[in-house]
Design a protein around this ligand. Structure first.
Ligand code: FES
Ligand code: FES
Length: 161
């Protein structure tokens, strides 16, 4: 076992972990952060996606012990208290959630995209989400949700100016 401090959702988590434990395993089984899902464990579905230092990555293939000090954001870190993140609200409003299993990973890919590119084209949204698989929605509503969130976030920025 190795002592590591993981920075997750702006909080520090001291943990004892084995070198070969994945971030997905540590999030779910050690820390109880079960919002991040396991769909395949083989880097193929995007259900386990989180953001590390601003990049969307699959946590099922990242070794947690190597992530000490890095900024990790999971789906639990999106909402502001009781207030949903605009992406979460837009997924609900656009009907982009059915079984919901892929949704946390979709949200994290979309968050990383909008952080880097607040006004993406439909093609850019599809490209950013291309490695997130959904068995239920057919993707159209997911793309609509990301567009809806981007528009709302732009409006919120204008209101702040
Ligand atoms: S569980 Fe990580 S990509 Fe599928
Ligand atoms: S909503 Fe069911 S897998 Fe995407």
């Amino acid at each position: 076992m190795e002592a590591v401090v993981l920075k997750i959702n702006h909080r520090e988590y001291p943990v004892f972990i084995e070198k070969n434990w994945t971030l997905l395993y540590v999030l779910r089984e050690v820390l109880g952060l079960t919002g991040t899902k396991c769909g395949c464990s083989t880097n193929d579905c995007g259900a386990c996606r989180v953001i590390v230092d601003g990049k969307a990555v699959n946590s099922c293939v990242l070794m947690a012990a190597k992530l000490a000090g890095r900024e990790i954001l999971t789906v639990e870190g999106l909402a502001n208290g009781e207030e949903l993140h605009p992406l979460q609200q837009a997924f609900i409003d656009a009907g982009a959630v059915q079984c919901g299993f892929c949704t946390p990973g979709m949200l994290m890919s979309a968050k990383a995209l909008l952080d880097e590119n607040p006004d993406p084209t439909e093609e850019e949204i599809r490209q950013a989400m291309k490695d997130n698989l959904c068995r239920c929605t057919g993707y159209v509503k997911i793309v609509e949700a990301v567009k809806l969130a981007a528009g709302r976030m732009k409006e919120m920025d204008h209101e702040r100016i």
